[in-house]
Design a protein around this ligand. Structure first.
Ligand SMILES: [Zn+2]
Ligand SMILES: [Zn+2]
Length: 329
C-alpha cells in the first residue's frame, strides 16, 4: 500500500486528495495546522484552517482564499476524509487527521500535552500512523508544571516592583505572549504589550479567546509609567531602542530553549523561564502511546534520537526530515 501522506519538494502531501499539509512552498491547496510562520506560509491559492484561528490568519497572511472547519468536523477532498483535532500548542492549533480506505494517519503539527488554560487541550487521536513533531525530543527536556513557572515569574515581577524596576519579558508574539497574559493577569500590576504582541493578542481575542486587558507599549511610553508593569516584547521587537529604554529594567525570556545552558546569556537577559508551547520528552511519549499508532514518523526536531528510542520500545518508527522549519520554542 502506498503511503497516505508523503513528503515531496513542497511539503507533506496527500496524493489521493491532491492537498498539502503545512506546505513550505506555494501550492494550490493547503490544510494548515496553526498560524506560526513555519507552518502557515504566504502564497497558497487555497487555505483550509481550523476555526478559531481566522483572525490571526488574516492578521498574518492578509486577504486570501480561506475556509475554516471546526474541530472534529469531517470534510472530504477527492474521497479522502480530513478533520482537525486540538493540539494544545497555541490557541486554535490543530492536529490533522487523514482517513482513506480504512487507513488513518494523524499529522500532529506542533503540540503540547500539558493544559495551559487557554488553548484547547491536546486530544489524542487513534491512528495507524502518527507523524509527530519532536522539537524537544531528548530526555533532558522535562518541563516543570506551568503553575510553578508562573509562580517563579510572579516572584521575579514582585521583586522588581519592590525596586521600582519594570519587568521586561521576551516572548513570541503568537502563543507565548497570550499564555503569559492568561497566566499572569492576576499579577501585581498592569501588563503592557509591544506592537506585534499586542496586535496578535487582539487577533486571538477576536478569535474568541478570553484574555484580560493589556496596554499597548509604544516607543513613547514613559519608562516611569512601567515601573510596576510586566512588559511583553517579542525577541525580534527588542530593538536597540528598547534595550536603551529599559537599561534599568530586569529582563527575562520565556521559552523551552531557556532550559539549555547558556541560552539566557545568549539572549542577553537577566532571567530565563523555561516555558514551552511544545511537549517535553514525557509529553511526546505520552502522546505517541495515546494514539495507539503502530507506525510513528518523527519530524521537526530531534527526530533521529526520538525515532531510535521509539524503536527500542518496539514501535515501527522512522525519521521524516523536514529541514525548513525554524522553531518558536
Ligand atoms: Zn508552532
Ligand atoms: Zn513549528
Amino acid at each position: 500500500m502506498t503511503d497516505l501522506i508523503i513528503k515531496d519538494e513542497n511539503g507533506l502531501y496527500v496524493p489521493k486528495a491532491d492537498v498539502y499539509l503545512d506546505p513550505w512552498r506555494k501550492v494550490d491547496k493547503a490544510i494548515i495546522s496553526h498560524m506560526h510562520a513555519d507552518h502557515c506560509r504566504y502564497g497558497h491559492k487555497q487555505y483550509i484552517i481550523p476555526n478559531g484561528s481566522l483572525k490571526v490568519f488574516k492578521k498574518r497572511i492578509g486577504p486570501a482564499s480561506v475556509s475554516t472547519r471546526n474541530f472534529r468536523e469531517p470534510f472530504s477532498i477527492n474521497g479522502v476524509k480530513f478533520s482537525f483535532h486540538p493540539a494544545g500548542h497555541i490557541p486554535g492549533s490543530a492536529q490533522i487527521r487523514v482517513e482513506s480506505g480504512g487507513e488513518v494517519w494523524v499529522y500532529s503539527g506542533d503540540y503540547k500535552t500539558e493544559e495551559d488554560g487557554l488553548a484547547e487541550s491536546f486530544e489524542p487521536v487513534t491512528c495507524h500512523t502518527f507523524i509527530t513533531e519532536c522539537t524537544f525530543g531528548l530526555p533532558v527536556y522535562l518541563w516543570k508544571p506551568q503553575s510553578q513557572v508562573f509562580e517563579e515569574i510572579l516572584d521575579w515581577w514582585t521583586e522588581n516592583q519592590s525596586q521600582s524596576r519594570p519587568s521586561v519579558i521576551l516572548a513570541y508574539s503568537l502563543g507565548k505572549a497570550q499564555r503569559l497574559i492568561s497566566g499572569l493577569s492576576g499579577g501585581p500590576g498592569p501588563i503592557y504589550c509591544h506592537s506585534a504582541a499586542q496586535q496578535m493578542t487582539n487577533a486571538v481575542r477576536r478569535d474568541g479567546f478570553d484574555l484580560k486587558r493589556t496596554k499597548p507599549l509604544t516607543e513613547k511610553t514613559p519608562t516611569e509609567m512601567l515601573n510596576r508593569s510586566l512588559v511583553i516584547i517579542s525577541p525580534s521587537g527588542f530593538s536597540n531602542h528598547f534595550v536603551k529604554k529599559f537599561k534599568d529594567a530586569s529582563t527575562a525570556a520565556a521559552s523551552g530553549w531557556m532550559s539549555i545552558r547558556g541560552a539566557r546569556r545568549r539572549r542577553g537577559v537577566d532571567r530565563g523561564f523555561t516555558l514551552s508551547d511544545h511537549a517535553d520528552w514525557g509529553g511526546l511519549l505520552l502522546a505517541v502511546k495515546a494514539t495507539r499508532a503502530e507506525r510513528v514518523l518523527c519530524t521537526h526536531g530531534y527526530q533521529h534520537i526520538f525515532a531510535q528510542y521509539l524503536r527500542e520500545l518496539g514501535l515501527q518508527a522512522e525519521e521524516l526530515r523536514i529541514d525548513d522549519f525554524t522553531d518558536e520554542g
